[in-house]
Design a protein around this ligand. Structure first.
Ligand SMILES: [Ca+2]
Ligand SMILES: [Ca+2]
Ligand SMILES: [Ca+2]
Length: 387
């Protein structure tokens, strides 16, 4: 702030001068800025929406170098989070699917936590056959977006993965508490969902229109003590569907292994409902009505209960394109969607006569013709595994 002061000093003008200086001091702003790049630390993400929420709210977009910047009042606390929801197909090919298959079959493990995050195409916080399935559906045009709505994932560059082989869950925002001066290193590493080998184009408008930042988020927990409210140490409900419906449309996501969910959506009024996976469960939280404004984050806690005590095993089988006379990979996922553990479970695989089984990550116990039995042991409620 520049103050021009030309009149000769007199008490009235001095008071005005002091008040102007005081005003300038109160308005002093600090900068929170950073850069978003691929894991190489070089290739920028241009056109990413970045939100600042907390003591004040703001939204900006990264420039051609992947840079963004906010001005914020010192002393405040802020959360910075990038978001891209467009162009899901960007960088996703059958080559990426093959890499996930090789990882699942143990042939060649994905060698970076960022590749593993990119491989989690269905946003379940785990890498399973389901991820290859949705990648294939996207390439074939059966679906146009990955589940979970976001097409890129952003992890604070300073984050150290405690176990790089299992990077889930991972932070998606940078928190600044009691801002004391310019903070210019709020950098993020970006990956494109489903793009394991980093071939997505991230500049020149390839990431699509800047995303909307309003969101509904929360957790779904098993209501162990039957009060239909969240209590400490209650069990997360993983892979339950959450639906937000309103005049702008219906927005659907699935909860992750820690029970959390997040739905970016346009401003408006919504009804948020938790959907039980099957009749063995019940939902005790009634549909919640919420109003979502610009840059709002609305938290809606959800609770489910046990309806009937029964195990329920489900199996999914998927593969990429099969080539005759070449090795092909099948991935088999099993889950217990029931309410009690199942003991000594096994999966029976009945292969087409044109296929011969060469090897598997879980050894089969018996074979009868082209039918193979894979013992998978005890499976807890909500637990899944892959072969
Ligand atoms: Ca997944
Ligand atoms: Ca790729
Ligand atoms: Ca409870």
């Amino acid at each position: 702030m520049r103050i021009n002061f030309r009149t000769s000093p007199n008490p009235k003008n001095l008071l005005l001068y002091c008040l102007l200086l005081l005003g300038a001091a109160l308005n002093a702003q600090a900068v929170i800025s950073g850069r978003i790049t691929f894991p190489d630390g070089v290739t920028p993400f241009e056109g990413v929406s970045v939100s600042m929420t907390g003591s004040s709210n703001d939204v900006t977009v990264t420039d051609a170098n992947g840079q963004y910047s906010f001005s914020a009042a010192p002393g405040g606390s802020y959360a910075i989070r990038p978001l891209v929801t467009a162009n899901h197909l960007n960088g996703v090919t059958t080559f990426d699917i093959v890499q996930v298959f090789r990882h699942l079959s143990g042939q060649e493990l994905l060698d970076s936590p960022y590749k593993r995050i990119a491989a989690d195409a269905d946003d379940s916080y785990s890498i399973t056959a389901q991820d290859t399935l949705v990648m294939g559906q996207l390439i074939l045009g059966i679906i146009t977006t990955f589940p979970g709505i976001e097409s890129c994932r952003f992890i604070p560059a300073s984050h150290v993965f405690p176990d790089p082989a299992n990077p889930f869950p991972y932070p998606t925002s940078i928190t600044v508490n009691n801002l004391s001066g310019n903070q210019t290193n709020a950098d993020f590493i970006g990956v494109k969902v489903g793009d394991i080998n980093y071939t997505a184009i991230t500049v020149g408008g390839a990431l699509g229109e800047p995303s909307n930042f309003n969101r509904i988020m929360g957790k779904a927990l098993l209501d162990d003590n039957s009060n239909c409210a969240h209590d400490p140490s209650e069990t997360p409900l993983a892979d339950w569907m959450v639906v937000a419906s309103g005049p702008a449309g219906e927005f659907v996501t699935n909860t992750k292994i820690d029970g959390s969910y997040s739905i970016p959506l346009p401003e408006g009024d919504y009804t948020v409902a938790l959907i039980r996976p099957n009749g063995l469960w019940s939902v005790c939280t009634p549909p919640q009505f919420v109003q979502v404004g610009l840059a709002d984050t609305i938290t809606v806690p959800l609770s489910g209960q046990v309806n009937k005590l029964c195990p329920r095993m489900e199996v999914d089988l998927s593969t990429s394109l099969l080539r005759r006379c070449f090795p092909n990979y099948y991935s088999l996922q099993y889950c217990n969607k029931g309410t009690i553990p199942v003991e000594n479970a096994y999966v029976e695989l009945d292969l087409d006569p044109f296929l011969a089984l060469q090897s598997s990550s879980v050894p089969w116990s018996t074979q009868s013709g082209n039918t193979y039995t894979f013992p998978v042991g005890n499976v807890d409620p909500g637990q899944c595994g892959a072969i």
